[in-house]
Write a protein that binds this ligand. Sequence first.
Ligand code: ASP
Ligand code: MG
Length: 432
Amino acid sequence: MRVFKFGGASVKDPNSVKNVGKIIKQYGDEPLVVVLSAMAKTTNALEKLTAFFMEGRKEEMYALFDQIKAFHFNIARELFEYPSHPVFDILEQSFYHLYYYIREEAGTNYNYEYDRIVSTGERVSTQIVNQHLKDCGISNQLFPAQKLVITDAHFRDARVDWILTSRAINENLSPYLKPGKNNGKPSVVLTQGFIGGTRQGFTTTLGREGSDYTAAIIAYSLMAEELVIWKDVPGLLNADPKFFEKTLLLPNISYQEAIELAYYGATVIHPKTLKPLLNKNIPLKVKSFSNPAAPGTLINDNFKNDDLVPSYIYKFNQVLISIFPKDFSFIAEENLSRIFSDFASHGVKINLMQNSAISFSVCFDHDRVKTPALIRDLEKNFNVKYNHDLRLITVRHYQKAEVDYLLKGKKVMLEQKNRTTLQLVVKERPTT
Ligand code: ASP
Ligand code: MG
């Protein structure tokens, strides 16, 4: 059996939903699990709605609620011609649930409320697609992800209980996924990405962009023959076309290479997605939903092609701080452990670090709240120098000439190199 994942862009409007139907139809006679995201930018909108709810900004909240509801009903009205189609009642109910919830006073646990509200996006997108597939003659079963992906109660960033999850997925989905006619049961199962549930039945989410991860969890649990992530790009590219004129498609890379790329900031695949697949050697394909016949990128256990082309990853809005002991001590174990514990307690993830005898330099993503709080704490024990508005460039399998070209007009603040990876923290030189 296979697992497919369709993201928000692949269900952004009526025609995209129809396209998803066409792709599934090509595979629909074989057992298939389809994992779906919220439509277009719905998750962002629901995040905003949650903020209004928490802050008691009721008027803005209801206005946004109406917008989100209208967006989904407009898509449904184009897809389903008859006003008496069951989809309208189903959607009406889902939105009524949300409406009913946000009419009440908000609780104090922001993350709990967030998961409760934001998960509506995936719920309604799967309801629309479920009905559309039926109308296309694709018999399919919609199954709630809360009952498949069992997590702890760490709302907004829930951790998966792998044993319970594997068991739940196998018990609930296997009856549908037998090859052949299977007594008329649907062979396509549809479920929500991003959403999980605790054993007590509370809704959780797996972190933004978590639908890829859901798909990997299901593929892992069912030992799928492959996972296909359908995207609005032809596959994994060696650089972001927003910043590079010429980009190359990577036809085949290893899991390890893909993990490194995701870790350094390539945004095409959610970093957590790859580990479960690697552990069971399940191939991952990244394919274009607008050109389904094209091969896209294959990620598997083959290392041979990893170093054929260099890959470039940019991370913007970086901070570089240099930390100096106030006394005469060196940067050694005791100071390092104090520094790391400050980073850990502020939840700041280190992107790059380097030390000398008397200084320690660290590069990380700037955050309006966390950065100043971290620096304040560090300054209790150290002198701290601070640089902001920097860019972290990571080049895998670098070639010197191209890197030289890339660095023209930029001031390198920090450089680190190993056999495969070059990392540079740079400041754009002001053009005077
Ligand atoms: N809808 C969620 C988000 O936009 C999850 C996902 O798309 O993967 O973050
Ligand atoms: Mg999304």
